[in-house]
Structure formats: C-alpha cells, structure tokens
Design a protein around this ligand. Sequence first.
Ligand code: ADP
Ligand code: MG
Ligand code: MG
Length: 252
Amino acid sequence: MLKIENLHVSVAGKPILKGLSLTVNAGEVHAIMGPNGAGKSTLGNVLAGRDGYEVTDGTVEYLGRNLLELEPEARAAEGVFLAFQYPVEIPGVNNTYFLKAALNAQRKHRGEPELDAMQFLKLVREKLRVLHISDELLHRAVNEGFSGGEKKRNEIFQMALLEPRLAVLDETDSGLDIDALKMVAEGVNHMRSAERAFVVVTHYQRLLDYIVPDYVHVLADGRIVESGDKNLALKLEEHGYAWLRDRQLPQA
Ligand code: ADP
Ligand code: MG
Ligand code: MG
C-alpha cells in the first residue's frame, strides 16, 4: 500500500529525513517511535503534502502511484488520512459543516454523488453510535476551545467518517490522559481491517498497550534505525533510546 524508499526531506534548507525507508501493507498497523526531534512529525507532514517540506531524494509510492505528485486534496480523496499532532482551529466554522464538506469533497473527487443533509446525518449517527461518542462536539466550531481529549475524539470521528485506506496518526507526546488514549485506540481497533493500514506515530509505549501494532519502528536522526514487533516497544520503554544510538557507532 505504502512504499517509502530512501526518503530525504529538508525543512528550511535543513535536512531532517535522511534516507528513510518503510513499507506498509494493507491490513497492517505500524508504530513509529523515536526521540524528540527525530523527524516523526516531518514524515507525517510530507505524507500529507504540507507546504514547506522539500523532498530532495527518494520515492513514496501509494497504491502503485507516486504520492508526492498528488495534491493534498487528491491524497485525501485517494484514501490517505492524516491526523495531526496539533489540529487546526477554525473559529466560526461549525464542525458538522466542516466534516460534511470534507466528506463530500472526497466523494466528489471519486465521482460519487454528494450526500445530502439527511444522508449525512444518518451516517453521522451511525458513526457516533459505533464509536460510543456523543454529538456534543459537532455543534461547536472546528477544534475551537477543544481540550486535548476532545480534539482526539473529533479526529477519530473524522477518520471514521472518511473511512481512509491509509491512516497516519501523529500522537501528542504529552497531555493526553488515559481515557483519551483508550478512545483513540478503540477508534483504531474498531477500524482495523484487511483493506486498511495504520501508521501510528507515538512517543510513548503506553498507547501500544491498547493498539497492538504488527510492527514497531524506531526513527532516529531521520532514518528507521530498528524494526521489530511489539516487543521492541517494551524494550524501548525499559531501556530508552540510548542503546540504539550506541549501536550505530562503529565498534572500537
Ligand atoms: P519529532 O516529531 O520526531 O519530534 P519533527 O519532525 O517535529 O520531530 O522535527 C524534526 C526536526 O525538524 C527538528 O529538529 C525540528 O526542529 C525540525 N523542524 C520540524 N519542522 C520544522 C519547521 N517547520 N521549521 C524548521 N524546523 C523544523
Ligand atoms: Mg516532537
Ligand atoms: Mg512530533
């Protein structure tokens, strides 16, 4: 589904990703961990097609196509969902209106008929029900004054509505309580399927108690330096990242 090879990315002329390679197949959940400043969020931003991230080398293939050539809107329409570490607030724009516009933009791009108000409401009710969340956030402006947990809930709800094929979640390093983590995990677990893949960026092992990943990767200094299964996350929790840094040094 996603094949990243030798990706080099600079931000403001400074190399951040330095030869990152990662392959994600349908049905898999990959966790990306790593020290602060390693480039985890940069990876998410590049996949989303955000401005200011210059790809200087390497390739990103998504469902056999060059992802880097697609506009951000086209990526979303093709089923790529990016949940951001710091979601934007859009004061004055009703959240329901925003979600409906996002969903219909996706449908339009795919040549599917747009949903009318009734159809959208029906879909919203169904998603709220399966995710066990209340409709309270829908009546407010997009992310305005949302707590960390509310932003997460909204993000997961947005993901459930858009039904992505590839979801990339960049989790905050702090500030989320255990209930918010569980809610994110429940949303992801509910949506896990053979046709869908997840890349979950997380600083802490704790989230992975609830989302059990198929693969865990360590991103350090702009590259994947170690890959393993869920046990790698436990090892990182116990020993930190220092042992990986040591391993990269030439043996004396
Ligand atoms: P992580 O998510 O792993 O903590 P980031 O991808 O956020 O790491 O950042 C990697 C490096 O890129 C850091 O040194 C950070 O300062 C730098 N960086 C990220 N985004 C920008 C930006 N927009 N402008 C300048 N430097 C940036
Ligand atoms: Mg960070
Ligand atoms: Mg980050």
